[in-house]
Design a protein around this ligand. Structure first.
Ligand SMILES: Cc1cc2nc3c(=O)[nH]c(=O)nc-3n(C[C@H](O)[C@H](O)[C@H](O)COP(=O)(O)OP(=O)(O)OC[C@H]3O[C@@H](n4cnc5c(N)ncnc54)[C@H](O)[C@@H]3O)c2cc1C
Length: 380
């Protein structure tokens, strides 16, 4: 058993850490306050630094890292700002479907521009009436000759209005006996006729990350845009989530650690009753509990990512790390804000942004209750 990062992994960590401090930190407040996505140059710089598309194989221009390296990058960027982290590490969101199930032509065409930061992808699964119950999607793809004709609506899609293409979960066989065999994953370019998109504004957190609503009205795509097998979309997507959940968990670890770091600094500077808050043992104990929970979340997250890289995916472990790291981030950020007192409540201090950002980690890519369903199923 070896809990140490390799030399290469430590270098990746250091590179990501520097990028976060130099490139994300200066943008974080403004993008949050104004609810705006960062300038496109950020993605270009991240791509040049080798932080984009980390699991994309070398054959398609990527670094061919594993999910452990992806988690390292994600943790470091999330320590500074989760919304901006997403605009880098989730700029390739959805493309994992192609890495796992795409054919050679699809990989050659769609993956290299992502790694270069020239294109952005999205995973369009959720609908206004189907989130946790993803098999309940209604977007319909009807085959007509050499094309699919797609109609339907997608909701809460990360990169929804900024992506160049997306992988959409569509119903291709509404009459299939099992409801999980009705769907397929299909690539849809955002500039196809009939695709309309609108930005969702007013988000509580991750305001630097684009979230959109997408509608398809008689959108025609060639049948060669099918990813993997027709009727296997649901199962392919479950495999996708079984890997990408480690990335959401790493976001939780990063957000929690970022909030703790800020708090450790603050309590040493802030004087109450003539002494720094930090000398108070009650406060030290709170910090110790925060650090312990973060370490647990980190350990389980890297273990899960490591198992994915070993080809031994453990859905229950992945569900555990995602739910535990998300809950830890929310819990730690709540304590962190409390320890900042009134200053924590105003946006001059970053801790309130971490507090608002953390909540999404208990909701997207499977609400924590959905994770608990996966875990408890294993127990029986
Ligand atoms: C900012 C943001 C970004 C997102 N990005 C993407 C994206 O890129 N692609 C994408 O496809 N989707 C995305 N989503 C959608 C997200 O994955 C869904 O919101 C999430 O899966 C929950 O679905 P829902 O909102 O429909 O909630 P519902 O399914 O309506 O559930 C509501 C709540 O009920 C509880 N619940 C649900 N089912 C159960 C159950 N069986 N037992 C106990 N409790 C239950 C949970 O607490 C859940 O939060 C994003 C959402 C947000 C807010």
């Amino acid at each position: 058993m070896d809990f140490e990062f390799s030399e290469e992994q430590r270098m990746i960590q250091e590179t990501a850490r520097r990028f976060a401090v130099n490139e994300l930190e200066p943008l974080a407040k403004e993008c949050d306050r104004e609810e705006k996505v960062p300038p496109r140059e950020l993605l270009t710089k991240a791509a040049e630094t080798g932080l984009v598309g980390s699991i994309i194989p070398e054959a398609y221009g990527g670094p061919g890292f594993g999910f452990v390296e992806q988690a390292i990058i994600t943790e470091e960027l999330s320590k500074v700002d989760l919304g901006l982290c997403l605009s880098v590490v989730a700029a390739t969101f959805g493309s994992e479907n192609l890495v796992f199930y795409g054919n050679e032509d699809q990989k050659q065409e769609y993956l290299p521009p992502l790694v270069m930061g020239e294109k952005i992808s999205a995973g369009a699964y959720t609908e206004p009436d189907a989130g946790t119950d993803v098999a309940g999607v209604r977007t319909r793809a009807v085959r007509q000759g050499d094309e699919y004709v797609i109609n339907g609506n997608k909701m809460f899609i990360t990169n929804g209005t900024t992506c160049d293409w997306m992988v959409a979960l569509c119903v291709t066989d509404p009459d299939a006996e099992k409801r999980h065999q009705r769907q397929s994953l299909i690539i849809v370019e955002a500039d196809r006729k009939g695709v309309t998109r609108s930005k969702i504004t007013g988000k509580m957190g991750i305001r630097a990350s684009d979230t959109g609503e997408i509608s398809f009205e008689d959108v025609r795509v060639p049948v060669d845009h099918l990813v993997g097998e027709e009727g296997r979309g649901f199962y392919q997507l479950m495999h996708f989530f079984d890997t990408t959940r480690t990335m959401v968990a790493a976001q939780g670890v990063g957000v929690a650690q970022g909030a703790l770091d800020k708090t450790v600094q603050y309590v040493q500077e802030r004087k109450v009753f003539g002494k720094p808050l930090a000398v108070n043992q009650g406060i030290q104990f709170q910090l110790a509990e925060m650090a312990t929970r973060i370490e647990l979340a980190r350990t389980i997250t890297y273990k899960a990512a490591w198992k994915v890289d070993q080809g031994r995916i453990d859905p229950s472990l992945n569900a555990m790390c995602k739910y535990y790291a998300g809950e830890t981030a929310v819990w730690v950020c709540d304590k962190a804000l409390q320890l900042h007192g009134g200053y924590g409540y105003i946006d001059e201090y970053d801790v309130q942004r971490f507090y608002r950002d953390a909540k999404i980690l208990e909701i997207y890519e499977g609400a924590k209750e959905a994770e608990k369903i996966t875990i408890s199923r294993r127990l029986f």
